[in-house]
Design a protein around this ligand. Structure first.
Ligand code: HEC
Ligand code: HEC
Length: 86
């Protein structure tokens, strides 16, 4: 094989591999974690810097507050990683 043919083959394999990965990702189950709600309590966090916004969550979402996290909640640091803003 000439070096050009090798490059062509390598590129072809790369594209084929990428398509397989894309297929797997598109086939993933839909996200089930609830997004940040659009309401009075949360609207102001939509535009805020994420880390900045996360400092406010526990004013309401903590034991003894307005809406504590459920008992089976996963480790709750970085709220907005899981509860997406959309
Ligand atoms: C002022 C109080 C308050 C603050 C601050 C607050 N929340 Fe909430 N949150 C609530 C209340 C009350 C509910 C339940 C009613 C509702 O859906 O709005 C709730 C509900 C939720 C829900 C569940 C939505 C659903 O569909 O059931 C998520 C997820 C959530 N909040 C995430 C967050 C995150 C992340 C932050 C920080 C960026 C945050 N909240 C800050 C009061 C607050
Ligand atoms: C590792 C991912 C993850 C992180 C980080 C996380 N959560 Fe959750 N949260 C979940 C999952 C999963 C549930 C279970 C139910 C669901 O929302 O699908 C949940 C449930 C909740 C609920 C209850 C929703 C309801 O209607 O029952 C609230 C409120 C909530 N999270 C707020 C927060 C807050 C506030 C933070 C940050 C302090 C946070 N979460 C961080 C994954 C996460």
């Amino acid at each position: 094989m000439t070096s050009n043919q090798k490059k062509l083959l390598a590129n072809g394999l790369f594209i084929a591999g990428s398509l397989v990965i894309l297929g797997v990702l598109l086939d993933a189950p839909p996200e089930t974690t609830k997004p940040l709600p659009h309401d009075q309590n949360h609207e102001r966090f939509m535009a805020m810097d994420k880390k900045e916004a996360e400092r406010f969550c526990e004013q309401c979402h903590a034991t003894g507050k307005q809406m504590p996290l459920p008992a089976n909640h996963p480790p709750p640091n970085r709220c907005l990683f899981c509860h997406k803003r959309k």
